[in-house]
Design a protein around this ligand. Structure first.
Ligand code: KIV
Length: 276
């Protein structure tokens, strides 16, 4: 009888790619080691999204996020997740200037985090950069539709593709990133029929967020799905827990016990009341 425990097999960029039209690809965001540990057994892909700027750091947008922040959080997630395919976002300003700048940023992410791939936002204008990275051994997850890093130019967070011309442009963007060699595509914040059309039009699996059930996979920001925020819930989010309320209840119970001198008890003290 063997006494060794098999290490979990890691989902790879290749295994995600082969899921086109197959079993839905389950994805969530993660930014920290404990959250990665909790989510890893249940997902195929963990994205260290630059949404961490808003979710963890309280910024109004993802624009202030730096490469150093993404690398620190990327490495933390890799340490906590032995089986998911881990993808790290390239932050605003780290890749738009040129394919060479994108390569330098992406190479740092790959070396310093151990992630499997990077994600970058953009359509036809980023196709050359996606190709440049893919040809040099850096797998890229594309991201089309609503692009949070371009929120100022796009006029805020709104569903895209209601206007026929805009829908055709987003479809062309998806085709361009697909042809450039992205291993998969995040499709964010588009009307449902457009999410479906994109999924049918591209060879790469699509991962929807506020897109369509027809996408090859789905992603949510974990803190949204876990109900950590009580004040704001976008239409495309389903809450699977109410952790924000739960944390409030736990903090209130702790505060009451400290104020009443019921915590710590003897069992929490060293060398008190005969306890070890
Ligand atoms: O930054 C992020 O978390 C993302 C997902 C919402 C797709 O890009």
């Amino acid at each position: 009888m063997s006494t060794t425990v098999d290490a979990p097999t890691r989902h790879t960029v290749r295994s995600i790619r082969t899921r086109k039209g197959g079993d839905p690809i389950v994805c969530l965001t993660a930014y920290t080691t404990p959250m990665a540990r909790a989510l890893d057994p249940h997902v195929d892909l963990l994205l260290v999204g630059d949404s961490l700027g808003m979710v963890l750091y309280g910024f109004d947008s993802t624009l202030p996020v730096t490469l150093e922040m993404m690398i620190a959080h990327g490495a933390a997630v890799v340490r906590g997740a032995p089986s998911a395919c881990i993808v790290v976002d390239l932050p605003f300003g780290a890749y738009q200037e040129s394919p060479e700048a994108a390569f330098r940023a992406a190479a740092r992410v790959m070396k310093e985090t151990g992630a499997a791939a990077v994600k970058l936002e953009g359509g036809a204008e980023m196709a050359a950069t996606v190709g440049f990275l893919a040809e040099r051994g850096i797998p890229v997850l594309g991201h089309v539709g609503l692009l949070p890093q371009s929120v100022n130019a796009a006029g805020g967070f709104r569903a895209h593709g209601r206007d026929a011309q805009e829908a055709e442009r987003i479809l062309a963007d998806a085709r361009a990133i697909d042809a450039a060699g992205a291993f998969a595509l995040v499709v964010e914040g588009v009307i449902e029929p457009l999410g479906r059309r994109i999924t049918e039009a591209v060879a790469a699996p699509t991962i929807g967020i506020g897109a369509s059930p027809a996408c090859d996979g789905q992603i949510l920001v974990a803190e949204d799905a876990l109900g950590l925020f009580t004040d704001f819930q976008p239409k495309f989010v389903k809450r699977y827990a109410a952790l924000g309320d739960e944390i409030g209840r736990a903090a209130a119970a702790y505060a009451a016990e400290v104020r009443a001198r019921r915590f710590p008890g003897a069992e929490h003290c060293f060398g008190a009341g005969g306890a070890a």
